[in-house]
Ligand binder design. Structure first.
Ligand code: MIC
Ligand code: SF4
Length: 755
């Protein structure tokens, strides 16, 4: 069930006829994205052309991947679906629940002790339902998927927003909430609005200090954190083919940071090299046979404006290394211009840590290039100013980089080699005893996200995102404004030295090697496997179905919080220490929206209760409303729910009795998650109406009983002085999704259908 060459052959067997049919229906040459989408329709051969950005389409993904922090909720839901086995090859990867503190050996042992219950649960559910299980320490989900499962022209979904990483190997790979994955595991179609298409033409060639990471940091600057919403980004041009496969993975990975549905590249020699190096020559041979379907038709890249909804061109030869941050991944600064900007904004110039790793940049090539900089610190007698932390992407990468002396170079610089896992990227970093009162500082990392508090829980940490090689250089210099292209450093002998350009290996010259990759194959027949959830566990809780929200519940609702500014899933359901409750809905609900800024007092986790007039924490206040049977409304700004795929950000408010989330705009995955859990996800028809919402407001959805596709809802907002505003709210529910709402959740509907 894990790696399945027959499944891949099956996809390639029909791709030709399906692409041809689609080309005929669309009436023009096709992009790669369209070829993959049209060859993965639930009904098989395409029968009509779809309207981009409008039509909801049923797809049949080839695979599913889940990570430990989201798999718990996904599998708890799947267990209710009444199936014996997953319908599509699925894997679970244990990578989020491992803290980075003292180094891999101690940290992994600690995680295996503290999260034993959860790993045992995931292992046994996997074994029971035919799911491949990657043990803690095996690696980060997206690196493991790239090394083992991704294949050109395939379609996969994963319960993690960075599933998109597999675009580096020519897939359409999309991050979803657990409930979406459950549909596909249960043998049903997966629904997605047919995406718009953004083409990115890469001319020139990367050289010197510029890396694939800088391409996506640049794209993030151009498109911003919401510019990719509802679109697939397709990269092409000479700059694309000259890049490594894992470099392409980096670019696709951070497509999540611009809100893109996914990103992809056409099949090329770099992908073939990577497939062969990772022991998948059979896949490369099969892909070569259908090559022309694994990239766009030639007309498309020759005249991209005619085929994409938007085209961006980047000349790699002119691109400069970038540092994006702090607090948002789209705020780009070119090296060499950092000093003025940092001083103006009061960003600390001294850098305390350089972290290399995460699913974005933890390949063999990444570590090898960064180590070429680290080696120079040794050779040129430079004392590194910041501390180094390294997370290899997988056990295969770790083993091979250790064998090749790469890790040793970092160790000579006193680097901490953490477990092959997410670690600091998701707040699993034992940096401080008391992060809340920790000092202002800067760090630089090769990760993807840098929202406040994300890495270390300290709101005063200014995190900047850069390529692994720049991260290494900046960590050595210990200064944010260090420009390796022009600046000199003083070594231990008092001499001025410069760092030479990074060099490295795309793939290990002696091949990849690994002793124990950490994979556990499930039983063929899992019927005898027991899944254990201890009674009274604080980590795991079986789910009780949500009651449908009725039209009458949508009258007299109170405002819970009007969130101000950026409200990501980290604000709605924080990670870090809270990851431990990802399998226990009631316990994790105690972090609901505690990171969101209250628009009325600019404070976090302090909202007014309309029951008592007192201010209190968001979860406590909400629990009081729930006790009284009063439903509530959450109001938010643009791109609400940006970031993670975690459906906890929808399930927790739902569990506590929030009925409506009313915002200026949503991030795609979060909007779907709200719908799946049977809530109302609404957007202001007139954005300025956000300003009308006051602290003591009561909401009545006057036409709630007429909830129907393409029909806005009317909300009466009653203010404390009795005055009223009537506003219109849009929604994007189709008929099927309205059924989820009427049943209380999508899962309730599946259960009913399977009963
Ligand atoms: C993240 O990078 O924020 C995460 C943690 O990987 C999430 C998933 C989660 O919240 O578990 C994601 O990106 O989807
Ligand atoms: Fe893990 Fe970070 Fe990648 Fe999310 S972004 S999967 S937390 S490494």
């Amino acid at each position: 069930m894990a790696f399945d060459i027959d499944m891949i052959k099956g996809v390639y067997a029909t791709i030709g006829e399906r692409v041809e049919k689609a080309r005929e229906l669309v009436g023009k040459p096709l992009t790669l994205s369209e070829k993959i989408l049209y060859s993965h329709l639930w009904d098989g051969k395409p029968e009509k052309a779809f309207v981009r950005g409008k039509d909801y389409v049923d797809f049949a993904p080839d695979r599913i991947a889940c990570q430990d922090a989201t798999a718990q909720m996904a599998l708890l839901q799947f267990m209710q679906a009444g199936k014996d086995k997953v319908a599509v090859p699925t894997t679970v990867h244990c990578d989020h629940l491992i803290q980075a503190k003292d180094g891999a050996a101690t940290d992994l042992k600690h995680a295996n002790e503290t999260s034993k219950e959860v790993f045992d649960f995931l292992g046994s559910v996997s074994n029971k339902y035919g799911i491949g299980f990657w043990k803690p320490g095996a690696g980060i989900i997206h690196q493991v998927v790239l090394e083992n499962y991704a294949f050109p022209g395939g379609m996969m979904i994963g319960t993690d927003s960075h599933t998109v990483n597999a675009g580096g190997l020519g897939m359409v790979a999309i991050g979803v909430g657990g409930a979406d994955a459950v549909d596909v595991m249960a043998g049903m179609a997966w629904e997605l609005k047919f995406p718009k298409l953004i083409g990115v033409k890469l001319t020139g060639k990367l050289s010197g200090w510029t890396a694939p990471k800088d391409v996506i940091l640049k794209v993030a600057e151009i498109l911003t954190v919401k510019g990719g919403t509802g679109a697939i980004v397709e990269y092409f041009g000479p700059g694309a083919t000259s890049m490594s496969c894992t470099g392409k993975g980096t670019i696709c990975n951070m497509g999540a940071e611009i809100g893109a549905t996914t990103s992809t590249f056409g099949y090329d020699e770099s992908m073939e090299r990577y497939l062969r190096a990772t022991d998948r020559s059979d896949v490369a041979d099969e892909a070569n046979k259908v090559k022309e379907h694994l990239t766009a038709d030639p007309e498309v890249y020759a005249n991209p404006e005619q085929y994409f909804d938007q085209v961006i061109e980047i000349n790699l030869s002119e691109l400069m290394p970038l540092l994006n941050g702090p607090f948002t991944p789209d705020l780009a600064t070119e090296v060499g211009t950092m000093k003025e900007k940092a001083e103006k904004n009061d960003w600390p110039l001294a850098v305390e840590w350089g972290l290399i790793g995460s699913c974005t940049n933890s390949s063999y090539e990444d570590l090898s290039r960064a180590s070429s900089i680290a080696q120079q610190a040794l050779d040129k007698k430079l004392k590194t100013k910041a501390e180094f932390g390294i997370n290899p992407g997988s056990e295969q990468v770790r083993y091979t980089t250790e064998r090749d002396g790469i890790l040793d170079i970092f160790e000579k610089l006193d680097a901490k080699i953490f477990t092959n896992a997410c670690g600091p990227c998701i707040g699993q970093w034992g940096r401080y005893e008391d992060p809340k009162n920790a000092p202002k500082n800067s760090i630089v990392h090769s990760f993807n996200r840098n929202f406040a508090k994300r890495a270390d829980g300290n709101p005063n940490t200014h995190a900047f995102v850069a390529s692994p090689e720049m991260t290494a250089a900046i960590a050595i210099a210990g200064r944010l404004d260090f420009n390796p292209l022009t600046d000199k450093l003083i070594n231990e002998d008092g001499e001025e030295v410069m760092l030479d350009e990074p060099t490295g290996w795309e793939l290990p010259p002696k091949g990849f090697e690994v002793k124990e990759n950490g994979y556990v194959e499930p039983r063929e027949d899992g019927s005898g496997v027991d899944v254990i959830v201890a009674e009274g566990s604080e980590r795991l809780q079986l789910l009780t179905p949500f009651e449908p929200i009725k039209a009458s519940d949508l009258q007299g609702m109170k405002l819970l919080i009007k969130a101000f500014g950026k409200c990501t899933t980290d604000h709605i359901s924080m990670a870090g220490p809270w990851l431990r409750f990802r399998g226990h809905l009631d316990n994790i609900a105690n972090n609901t929206l505690i990171g969101a800024v209250n628009a009325f007092n600019q404070k976090t986790n302090l909202v007014k209760s309309q029951l008592t007039g007192e201010y209190g924490g968001v979860p406590d206040t909400q629990r009081e409303y729930k006790k009284k049977g009063i439903m509530t409304v959450v109001v938010g700004d643009h791109n609400y729910g940006e970031g993670s795929s975690r459906e906890h950000a929808a399930m927790q408010p739902r569990h506590l009795g929030v009925a409506v989330v009313l915002v200026k705009s949503f991030a795609r995955i979060h909007e779907t998650n709200l719908k799946k859990q049977g809530m109302l996800a609404l957007t202001f028809a007139n954005e300025d109406d956000y300003d009308l919402i006051q602290e003591d407001d009561t909401f009545n959805i006057v036409d709630a009983a007429e909830f129907a596709p393409d029909k806005p809802l009317t909300i009466e907002v009653v203010h404390a002085d009795g005055s009223k505003d009537t506003i219109r709210a849009n929604h994007s529910y189709n008929n099927a999704q309205i059924k989820w709402f009427n049943q209380g959740s999508a899962l309730n509907l599946i259960k009913k259908q399977n009963a």
